[in-house]
Design a protein around this ligand. Structure first.
Ligand code: ROI
Length: 183
């Protein structure tokens, strides 16, 4: 282990200050599914988020159906976003999200293909992280209406760490025929 290892034994990416443990951050998480009863997958994942240690689930967005980005011969997705407050570090949180995905029997059939559940850290406070395991803000956030719209529902004034407004990004983002659906 290096000096970057935290108390859970995960390697922390090097970023400004490394002050994470014990500091509370607002974190936005993206949820997506297009396999095995997608709405139920999101329901279960949100329940699991609400039970994570050192986390409080503050809110989640409506559910949206969206045309797949990637191969078109796959079902539409159901997407949403959740807001948590947490003292977990980004990497510790990532590990918990991966455990939730595994627990829900995450299936990933092909590149940009269908999946039972995807949980992505979209924004972690106002921090930017670029490590091998984790890139925040999420790399595709700007290009995806099914990410931007649920985020804006949670906070209409949300900005990226570089100050770009999500509202203005949504205005120029490709259209994936987003439709709000009953959750
Ligand atoms: N397409 C949509 N509409 N929603 C997703 O969540 C989603 N996730 C992905 C890929 C396969 C790239 N396409 C998606 O990972």
């Amino acid at each position: 282990m290096t000096e970057n290892a935290n108390t859970l034994g995960f390697e922390e990416p090097a970023f400004e200050g490394q002050l994470f443990e014990g500091q509370e951050a607002e974190v936005f998480i993206g949820l997506g599914s297009n396999l095995n009863a997608p709405k139920k997958q999101l329901d279960q994942a949100i329940k699991s988020l609400s039970q994570l240690p050192s986390c409080t689930l503050t809110a989640h967005s409506s559910y949206y159906s969206s045309k797949p980005v990637g191969p078109q011969d796959q079902p539409n997705f159901v997407n949403a976003a959740a807001l948590i407050k947490t003292t977990l570090s980004p990497i510790a949180l990532l590990k918990h999200l991966q455990a939730i995905e595994l627990n829900q029997g995450r299936v990933k059939k092909r590149h940009w293909g269908e999946r039972s559940i995807d949980l992505d850290i979209l924004l972690y406070g106002d921090r930017s992280i670029d490590s091998e395991d984790l890139i925040i803000p999420h790399k595709e956030l700007k290009n995806r209406d099914f990410v931007l719209q649920p985020l804006l529902e949670l906070d209409e004034n949300l900005e990226l760490p570089d100050g770009a407004s999500l509202r203005s990004l949504l205005a120029i983002c490709p259209d994936n025929q987003l439709q709000r659906i009953e959750s």
